[in-house]
Design a protein around this ligand. Structure first.
Ligand SMILES: C[S@@+](CC[C@H](N)C(=O)[O-])C[C@H]1O[C@@H](n2cnc3c(N)ncnc32)[C@H](O)[C@@H]1O
Length: 294
């Protein structure tokens, strides 16, 4: 993978969401994965690892010695991730970590040699259809299972409802699907391919696109819902999420700014009074190599 960059994800945000993420993850996919894992030591490559939340959740659910390769393009997040490694495997076996800075969309099958499992969490919606297809092709060619968690699906349900929920939600989803700059060109693009000048992010289409890509690559796909369920006990997370949700919606639809401001004000007030709940849709996807290993 080529050199690291800054992602814009704050350590505090990733810390704040870790509990809700852990509660939301589709635990029932783990037993389906186990027969497809090689003997210990497992080598697990966590793509877009942030501060390493996925490892802290999964390592204790898998048996045997594990070595996690934490991959991200944000070296500040990697520096944090390495200070808080997963504690132990399910059977108490040791877990070691190393970090790898760079762009995970450049991973190819050869990079996955010796990898027992690829994981990612809250990553797929930030990628393009071609990038997800490349990841699926790499995993399939390397015969490597992939557990790809917490992909946003574009469904948000508030209680109580507000007349502006739907319009803001649609604007937010369009923002998630926006086209962004492709980033600086560099010399080490895979297969001699040049980096595209712009990238259209998948946003809420990511789960469907990824499922189709992994199936096309010959893998068996299992999908499970993994929504955040935010109530009064998650007030701080709800407030920060709401601010980001409304800000993105207004960036997409500046005409919504005046009504969105009062919307945010009344939603934050309801949250502070313990009178707001939100279910934010996500999906977990497990892609398994072809063949029955049960
Ligand atoms: C929403 S955060 C999720 C972090 C972590 N997986 C978690 O669940 O807490 C997305 C992460 O993906 C990383 N990321 C996004 N695109 C990437 C890319 N192309 N290559 C490497 N890292 C990437 C970001 O730097 C960020 O850490």
């Amino acid at each position: 993978m080529s050199g690291a960059a800054v992602s814009g994800y704050a350590v505090e945000w990733l810390e704040l969401r870790e509990g809700a993420d852990a509660a939301a993850r589709a635990t029932e996919l783990v037993p389906l994965l186990r027969p497809f894992l090689s003997d210990a030591p497992l080598v697990i490559r966590d793509l877009g690892c942030g501060i390493g939340s996925m490892g802290r959740w999964l390592a204790g659910r898998l048996p045997g010695r594990q070595h996690w390769i934490l991959c991200d393009r944000d070296s500040a997040l990697l520096a944090q991730a390495v200070t808080r490694p997963p504690q132990a495997a399910a059977d108490g076996g040791p877990v070691t970590v190393e970090v790898e800075a760079g762009d995970v969309t450049e991973l190819r099958a050869a990079d996955l040699a010796g990898t027992s499992l690829v994981t990612a969490s809250a990553l797929l919606d930030l990628l393009t259809a071609d990038e997800v297809a490349g990841l699926a092709a790499a995993c399939a060619a390397a015969d490597c299972p992939a557990l790809l968690a917490l992909t946003v699906v574009g469904r948000v349900a508030f209680a109580p409802v507000d007349p502006l929920d739907e319009e803001l939600g649609a604007a937010f989803n369009d923002h998630q699907r926006r086209t962004v700059d492709g980033g600086p060109p560099h010399d080490s693009a895979p297969d001699g391919a040049s980096r595209p000048a712009s990238r259209r992010l998948l946003g809420p289409d990511a789960a469907d696109v990824a499922a189709a890509a992994f199936e096309r690559a010959g893998m068996t796909v299992h999908r499970r819902p993994s929504p955040w369920q935010l109530g009064p006990a998650q007030g701080k997370l709800t407030a920060q999420w709401l601010e980001g949700w409304v800000e993105a919606a207004v960036e997409q639809r500046p005409d919504l700014a005046p009504s969105a401001e009062s919307y945010l004000h009344r939603r934050l007030a309801a949250g502070a009074a313990g009178a707001l709940s939100v279910v934010i849709g996500h999906e977990d996807l497990l892609a398994l190599p072809a063949g029955d290993r049960s």
